[in-house]
Write a protein of this length. Structure first.
Length: 380
């Protein structure tokens, strides 16, 4: 019987329940949503599946152990007591990174040094060697210390999972792929959805919607750190990639249309859609929001308009919201999902949202303003 791993997926604040539901649908056990992360468990195949298929997780970590520590000696002893030899081989590199919040042990460099030494001491006693070359695959150790509670993990993802591989370049102030996917999930994207984004930028929302509509796993085109780990069979990655390929829906009745005032953004959207393998579903054209007219069909509009604090001054952003309010009609069959950090967005848009959801775009606290009641919410 294959080994079961206790796993942790850090997620953006506001996305915890969405990610937890996704992991349950994937078949994981013991799924629990907490602030900024989801806990779950599964075997090696499931670990690979989480990396390849999760749309919302920032990365997938193996939970090596947890304990309380208020002194460096407690930290050293706690780390040394954990079974690092299960994950780190004689030649593996094991760099240590982490964070400490509201804890007695607040010096990150000191914590890194002590954790590294404790792991080395443990491995030295298990392998009978005094020196580690660290020339092999990297098993990055991550620690968090929150109110003196220490959590030690091994990172299986490598680069963050929001890096799908299709967006090598981006326009100014891009939306994180995992956040765009969460917005699409809240908007309920189906294989027959018509989605629009009048501020498409590098095309992230449209591409994430297309990946979702076609059931294409977001991590199919990238590599993960754990693919080089000795304790995980190469076969699990082959099996899970084959499974993900078999899940793709081909030739669905889905379309995504983007607009932008920047010709470079339009071109970038089309290039990125091609890299993501969804170019047949994603179109983009040069257009100003002042000329936008909602099509006479069922549609969903999901967008990330320019923020006053980053790309426009606040007054210009507020004028933009007024224009959006004038151009976005609320006829049946039309739904609008707009993310903004402006506390008074609804005032300038001219309508109170049917529902709001707090989300974070990086460190910027935003709200997703959802308008759907005239569009028969929940149906598409």
């Amino acid at each position: 019987m294959s080994e079961t791993y206790n796993l942790i997926a850090p997620v953006l604040f506001g996305v915890e329940s969405i990610a937890a539901d996704e992991f349950r649908r994937m078949g994981f056990e013991n799924v629990t949503a907490e602030n900024g992360r989801v806990l779950f468990s599964g075997n090696g195949n499931m670990l690979a599946r989480a990396n390849i298929c999760s749309r919302f997780a920032e990365r997938v970590l193996i939970n090596v152990g947890q304990f309380k520590a208020t002194s460096f000696s407690e930290l050293f002893d706690g780390v040394k007591s954990l079974c690092w030899e299960r994950y780190i081989g004689k030649e593996n590199a094991f760099p240590v990174t982490g964070s400490s919040i509201n804890s007695a042990l607040f010096s990150i460099p000191d914590c890194q040094s002590i954790i590294k030494k404790a792991i080395a001491d443990r491995l030295s006693s298990k392998y009978g060697i005094k020196w580690f070359s660290e020339t092999g695959a990297e098993c990055r150790v991550r620690f968090t210390i929150l109110k003196d509670a220490v959590t030690l993990t091994v990172d299986t993802s490598g680069e963050g999972l929001h890096k799908r591989g299709y967006r090598r370049n981006s326009n100014e102030a891009p939306l994180k792929e995992t956040l765009a996917a969460a917005m699409c999930d809240l908007a309920r994207i189906y294989p027959d959805t018509r989605i629009y984004d009048p501020f498409c930028g590098s095309g992230t929302i449209l591409i994430e919607a297309a990946l979702m509509a076609t059931r294409r796993a977001p991590g199919l085109n990238r590599f993960f750190a754990a693919e080089r780990f000795d304790f995980l069979s190469k076969e699990v990655w082959r099996e899970e990639r084959t499974r993900a390929q078999d899940c793709i829906l081909h030739n669905v009745d889905f379309s995504a249309q983007g607009f932008d005032i920047d010709p470079a953004a339009v071109e970038l959207t089309l290039q990125n859609a091609k890299k993501a393998g969804v170019e047949k579903y994603v179109k983009a054209a040069l257009a100003d929001i002042r000329d936008f007219t909602a099509p006479d069909e069922r549609m969903i509009l999901v967008t990330n308009p320019p923020y006053g604090e980053r790309l426009l001054d606040v007054k210009a952003a507020e004028e933009l919201y007024r224009t959006m309010g004038a151009r976005f009609d609320m006829k049946p069959g039309k739904k609008y999902f707009i993310i903004s950090p402006h506390d008074e967005f609804e005032k300038f848009f001219g309508r109170t949202a049917d529902k709001r959801r707090k989300l974070y775009n990086g460190m910027i606290k935003c709200q997703l303003f959802m308008y759907f009641k005239n569009g028969q919410a929940g149906e598409n």
